[in-house]
Design a protein around this ligand. Structure first.
Ligand SMILES: C[S@@+](CC[C@H](N)C(=O)[O-])C[C@H]1O[C@@H](n2cnc3c(N)ncnc32)[C@H](O)[C@@H]1O
Length: 259
């Protein structure tokens, strides 16, 4: 009689923002345990693998197919990894894996799933700028690939009105060239022009660039797809330091509603 296949483990790994020092020891250990690695090729390229470990690279838009392929291999008994940049649960593969399990065959529910957290982009950018996330904040993806643009604009307006600092992921790309400009128009409507905006590009990598401007001067050309754009709240402050980069921080206390 044939026995039921023993499932392997599916690791969902976050590599951090790109600096190897910002990848957690837990994620490093998961890399040692996996035999096959599924991911978008720039993220797979961040890993130094042994000769017995295999990379299966795919395009960034094929997340559900990639998750399903990895689940199929794990259900067949392999230890496999799905690799994301930053944290795998923030606009990344952990949700795609859960969606695939939700819709997939019953045996995928027997696959042991280990999600290793990572340093997400907004934390890496915030750490370089000071402490812009020191008070309440939210994270939003500006991509309208997976949600309607009307949902994005409504949320942007509401969170700005609520006084949250906003970390914008996926701010701009060749296929989405105008959305960031529209987002700034909405935010300029709600927030004072003096609110600091941080363009944090490639935080933690050799080509890192952190630029801070007031909202009134925020220009979509300052961002690319490697940028996390952080819009301060009316409480967020900039400390000018003549010989060092400005510090941006959101004080931990809030004086109450002054409107
Ligand atoms: C698909 S999302 C993935 C986010 C990732 N899971 C994370 O936790 O950082 C990709 C977006 O993350 C942001 N991003 C990723 N790495 C970054 C870095 N090192 N510096 C600044 N922003 C980054 C950019 O906004 C980029 O468009």
């Amino acid at each position: 009689m044939e026995g039921k296949a023993v499932s392997g483990t599916l690791y969902v790994i976050g590599t951090g923002p790109g600096n190897p020092d910002q990848m957690t020891p837990e994620a490093q250990r998961a890399v040692e345990r996996a035999e096959e690695f599924f991911g978008y090729f720039p993220y797979l390229d961040r890993l130094s693998l042994r000769s017995d470990q295999r990379k299966i690279a795919s395009d960034n838009r094929e997340e559900l197919d990639r998750a399903s392929a990895a689940l199929g291999r794990a259900a067949a008994g392999m230890n496999v990894a799905v690799v994301s940049g930053g944290d795998p649960g923030v606009f990344a593969m952990a949700a795609a894996v859960c969606e695939a399990i939700d819709a997939g065959p019953a045996e995928w529910r027997d696959v042991e799933l280990v999600v290793t957290p990572g340093v997400t982009a907004m934390l890496a950018v915030a750490a370089r700028a000071g402490a812009p996330l020191g008070h309440d904040f939210c994270a939003m993806s500006l991509s309208d690939n997976l949600k309607p643009w009307e949902v994005i604009t409504r949320r942007l307006r509401l969170v700005a009105e609520a006084g949250l600092v906003i970390a914008l992921y996926n701010p701009i790309s060749k296929a989405r060239p105008w959305q960031l400009g529209k987002a700034f128009d909405i935010l300029k409507d709600v927030l004072p022009g003096t609110v600091p905006v941080i363009f944090g590009r490639a935080a933690g990598r050799p080509d890192e660039r952190i630029v801070v401007v007031p909202l009134s001067q925020a220009d979509p050309a300052m961002a690319d797809m490697a940028t996390c754009v952080m819009i301060g709240s009316p409480e967020t402050r900039v400390i000018a330091r003549p010989n060092l980069p400005d510090l941006v921080y959101s004080p931990r206390s809030h004086a109450g509603d002054r409107r």
